[in-house]
Ligand binder design. Sequence first.
Ligand SMILES: [Zn+2]
Length: 225
Amino acid sequence: MTGIAILGFLFFMILSIWAQSRVKSTFNKYSNVRPSSGMTGAQAAEYMLRNAGLADVRIERSGGFLTDHYDPRNKVIRLSPGVHDQASLSAVGVACHEAGHAIQDAQRYAPLVIRNMAVPIAGFGSNMGLYILIAGILFNFFQLALLGVILFGATVVFQVINLPVEFDATARAKRAMVDYGMVQAGPEEDGVAKVLNAAALTYVAATLAAIFTFLYYLMLVLGRR
Ligand SMILES: [Zn+2]
């Protein structure tokens, strides 16, 4: 069991490092490709929001690299400089993905509502669950260790709910970019798809790693009973 566990952890570690580096390299590659619409990320997000009839969502420029996100509490899309200011396929793709989250929020898209409710539980579960699990093992207290595993399982649930949210935001972005002429069908559309698909893969890798870790903890605890 231990040998398989170490191999498993190594596999998921390498998978997630590979997925992360692929996002960066794909993003950088298509950062150098200008869409024929000449739109920047900020303009594209703005255009997609306007076409969806969303007037109350602001777009802000933030710092960092690939830190782009939608903040549902303040109704703000924060775009990193490389996305906000650049007229590139990468910038338009990422910006429209975030606009997709804003539209999900406005339409009360069910998986997003559930995900937002799960955020505090997942944050609590990932930290406390691990401490409780360790305490349960140290004190040889089976029920306590099992409780720790179940709390840790909340993060797995969160990761799984997160997948449809991310895939749907990307699907909305892909549709809107072509429909509204921000990106042309053909090579431009394919380039943007590569950037967004690479990003989606990191979420899949994180989810698989979380499921594996959860199962490992569960077997560890059940095996000690
Ligand atoms: Zn997203």
